[in-house]
Design a protein. Structure first.
Length: 364
């Protein structure tokens, strides 16, 4: 008998001992009984003694019983004990930190039973545990690396400040360097904590209906000094208003990150475009720049934690901003995509659901 598996992708046998196997047992017993009857007829014709007619059938059925017992024992061992022993050994290896474990299923994909499905699930679990362990190791390594630089800067300039033969200008310069390094370290820790809370869903979302166009204008104005300093052309195309239902403070982090990245990775005299448009069910915001752009490999990893494709700007960030932005957008039931070409620039597009009519009518 076969049933659909939990995900409905393939049929799975209900049992490890199919009914046909019991039919084989019954058939063998009938065959042995027939042979027994033949032996009795033979004994009568040959006029064997009564003792021989009793002992020979006993020996005969003892041999049959031993044969069936050995076959059953072999079947149980190959069907249950060996797979469970493999599973136990693999579990012990995983418990000791070996995530390279793989147990092959015992049947083809079209003849899987539930023990095979359990083995496949175990393999998938081990693979995911291995990925988690790798991510954890990479995370610790990246955090250590990102912290090492600002701590070294603070330490070195603090030692210089302790020297008595430096003038006031140098002292001020060293103090500013320490402040910048401390600010970078503080931002790193803050982003790590926020990302950890978001990924583990331990941050309470303050959802409300608000005008995202007004928020975008406020975010753009925060960076007026930076784009003026780099003599950039700024193109802004926003509607008068567009209401969404989201966490205002978290989405502000997203806009600030996208805008600051566009400014950071665009050369002097470049152009940045910020556009917003509304459809029936969603609002789309795009931030486009004429900066350095990204290759396919960078696009693939751009939302990974601590990934920095352009290392020339590594000292200006910590590689957590876009990972944080992606997680925020996902929590708002939205989507973020990037299109980029090396040397031509990048476009980040955020799609968010619009506020429903009932939500829009609520006071805010």
């Amino acid at each position: 008998m076969r049933k659909q598996s939990r995900n409905g992708e393939q049929a799975v046998r209900d049992d490890r001992f199919p009914p046909m196997l019991f039919g084989v047992y019954i058939g063998v017993l009938f065959l042995m009984s027939g042979i027994h009857m033949g032996l009795i007829t033979l004994f009568n014709k040959m006029q064997w003694s009564v003792a021989a007619q009793i002992i020979v059938p006993i020996i005969y059925w003892a041999v049959v019983a031993v044969g069936l017992t050995l076959y059953t024992r072999w079947k149980i061992k190959s069907t249950y004990e060996e797979p469970m022993h493999q599973l136990a050994e693999a579990t012990e290896r995983v418990a000791n930190g070996d995530f390279s474990v793989y147990i092959p299923p015992h049947h083809r994909a079209d003849k899987l039973d539930y023990l095979d499905v359990m083995i496949l699930d175990f393999n998938k679990m081990v693979e995911e545990l291995g990925s988690i362990e790798t991510l954890k190791t990479d995370f610790v390594s990246n955090v250590s690396h990102e912290m090492k630089t600002p701590i070294a800067i603070i330490k070195n300039y603090a030692e210089l400040l302790q020297m008595g033969n430096i003038d006031e200008e140098k002292r001020l310069e060293y103090a500013q360097s320490i402040e910048q390094a401390a600010s970078r370290l503080s931002n790193l820790i803050s982003n790590i904590l926020k990302l950890n809370k978001l990924e583990n869903q331990r941050m309470d979302l303050d959802m409300e209906v608000y005008d995202v166009c007004a928020q975008l204008c406020d975010s753009i104005l925060q960076y007026e000094e930076l784009w003026d300093e780099k003599e950039m052309d700024l193109e802004v195309d926003l509607e008068d208003r567009a209401y969404i239902y989201g966490d205002r403070s978290l989405l502000e982090l997203v806009w600030n990150n996208l805008i600051s990245n566009a400014i950071k990775f665009t050369d002097q005299g470049g152009r940045i475009s910020i556009c917003q448009e509304s459809e029936e069910d969603y609002v789309r915001i795009s931030v486009r720049d004429t900066g350095c752009g990204m290759d396919a490999e960078s696009i693939h990893h751009i939302f990974d934690k601590f990934y920095q494709g352009d290392t020339s700007h590594a000292k200006e960030g910590n590689g957590l901003g876009l990972a944080l932005a992606k997680r925020v957008i996902e929590l708002m039931d939205g989507d973020i995509q990037v299109i980029s070409r090396k040397g031509e620039g990048s476009t980040f597009t955020v799609t968010l659901p619009v506020a429903g009519k009932e939500e829009t009518n609520e006071p805010h």
